[in-house]
Design a protein around this ligand. Structure first.
Ligand code: SAH
Ligand code: SF4
Ligand code: F3S
Length: 459
């Protein structure tokens, strides 16, 4: 039996897909990239913006067409959209399995059952904001423990989930409603997973959480925070770089985490810390819990405690009632923040969120597009200036593998293709070199720069 898995959405979803892939291969399935070859197609979905859901829907339309000639094809929808829409997804006939993020340990069984009994299957959480029942939490933990250490999205690099869910309820955001309550995994489970990964050659670990800096695990009298976790992970031989995403702008544990970054050589000096807006009025309506000044103070503190730190951010433009003046405050914040890079999203109302229930989506799409474009333009100038500082410098990078966009640079022959690598500060570096460097650290000299990419030569 051949299974084709496809993923939309964030790193959390990519990690879930990787775990499901390992679970399915361990259960005797073969993986394929081609829908045409597959007996089972599983789509891991995202609900964060309407657009993410539309992409899945159009893909399902395509699968419906294929199913007309291939009636036995089993189609599964898993992830955030599965949790959000549930049984509704089964309605138009193409989808056979709907499985939420908390039910992924059941996937091998659900597929086997559907293939055997030719019946539709639905496995989602009924009341998503209720505390996770212990048996479900145990099943998720077991799934992660068994299959996590085999997950290697890139050679020598692995993701470990440190937290599940989110309790922050930013007014625009669907994540708390599809990923459930915030929980931190035990340090023991995370360390055990990291040790196994190190044994099989993993050099970089990235810890994942929607608010990774809120990591908190109580055991007896002791409360572990992210700084404690980083310190424990630092002691594992073989692991050389530690990264974590995404950070939420808040004071709690902030100094301790920054000190860990400054003091522990393995902890990479990089912080992805979304601001979302530069207007206090909008930040309040977003329920973010900080002002623009407080946010900028956090960035200043990061730069003070960790010299050389790079910062990245996220912004939403066109939030309800965002005026031109509000937007100009966002532009001002971006100029002040001096991010390495940032993501900009057009506000998309999500059903069930407080913003959608209480506020009208007042900003016209055309204005959202203009603001999106303008903010990226401002950021591009900053990124370009920051990148140029690297010219002539020698930097240490961890190589991910051959570039997927080799047209950016001409390959110097078949055995010396363009490779993609990253610095500790998360800059993307491309250079020509042997593919045997994939998963290795190396040093390169920066010869050319663009806003988002550094071009280099092997030293
Ligand atoms: N937990 C992370 C990221 C969550 S989703 C955090 O808090 O930073 C990733 C990004 O998507 C967010 O940072 C936000 O910028 C954007 N986003 C979330 N909901 C959105 C919505 N309804 N419309 C547009 N962008 C949204
Ligand atoms: Fe969404 Fe806010 Fe939670 Fe991030 S912190 S996942 S934006 S609710
Ligand atoms: Fe991630 Fe999208 Fe779900 S951003 S948590 S896959 S809604």
């Amino acid at each position: 039996m051949k299974v084709c898995l496809q993923t939309y959405g964030c790193q959390m979803n990519k990690l879930d897909t990787a775990l499901v892939e390992v679970a399915l291969t361990n259960n005797g399935y073969m993986l394929t990239d081609s829908v045409k070859d597959a007996d089972v197609v599983i789509i891991n979905t995202c609900s964060v913006r309407e657009h993410a859901e539309q992409r899945v829907r159009s893909h399902l339309g395509h699968l419906k067409h294929i199913k007309q000639h291939k009636a036995d094809l089993v189609v599964g929808v898993i992830g955030c959209m599965a949790q959000r829409l549930g049984a509704e997804l089964l309605d138009d006939g193409v989808v056979d399995i709907v499985c939420g993020p908390a039910q992924i340990p059941q996937i091998p069984d659900l597929i086997a059952k559907t293939l055997r009994e030719k019946q539709k299957a639905l496995a989602i959480t009924d009341q998503i904001r209720k505390p996770t029942p212990p048996d479900q939490a145990d099943a998720l933990e077991e799934f992660e423990t068994i299959y996590g250490p085999e997950e290697k999205t890139l050679p020598s690099q692995a993701y470990i989930r440190a937290m599940r869910g989110c309790d922050k309820f930013c007014s625009y955001c669907i994540v708390p409603y599809v990923r459930g309550p915030e929980t931190s995994r035990s340090p023991q489970a995370i360390i055990a997973q990291a040790e196994k990964l190190a044994d099989t050659g993993t050099k970089q670990i990235t810890l994942l959480g929607q608010r990774i800096n809120a990591y908190e695990y109580k055991a007896g009298d002791k409360t572990y925070c992210l700084a404690d976790l980083l310190e424990m992970l630092s002691q594992i031989d073989g692991i050389e770089w530690l990264k974590f995403v995404t950070s939420y702008p808040s004071e709690k544990y902030y100094d301790r985490i920054l000190r860990a970054m400054a003091d522990l050589p393995k902890v990479c000096p990089y912080l992805h810390i979304p601001a979302q807006s530069g207007s206090d009025k909008i930040l309040k309506a977003m329920n973010r819990g900080y002002t623009a000044t407080q946010y900028l103070d956090l960035l200043a503190k990061a730069r003070q405690i960790v010299p050389g730190i790079t910062l990245a951010g996220d912004f939403i433009v066109g939030f309800p009632c965002e005026t031109d003046d509000d937007f100009q405050e966002t532009v001002a914040l971006v100029k002040e923040a001096q991010y390495k890079s940032c993501f900009v999203f057009k506000y998309s109302p999500r059903p069930g969120t407080t913003a959608d229930k209480r506020l009208e989506d007042t900003v016209p799409l055309e204005i959202k597009k203009q603001r999106n474009y303008k903010l990226l333009e401002v950021q591009e100038k900053i990124s370009d200036r920051l990148s140029k500082k690297f010219l002539g410098q020698t930097v240490k990078v961890l190589v991910e593998g051959p570039s997927k966009k080799p047209h950016l640079n001409l390959a110097e022959g078949k055995n010396y293709p363009q490779l993609v690598a990253r610095t500790a500060t998360d800059y993307i570096v491309v250079f020509n070199g042997p593919t045997s460097l994939a998963g290795q650290f190396t040093t390169v000299k920066i010869t050319k720069t663009s806003p988002l990419t550094l071009f280099a030569k092997l030293e």
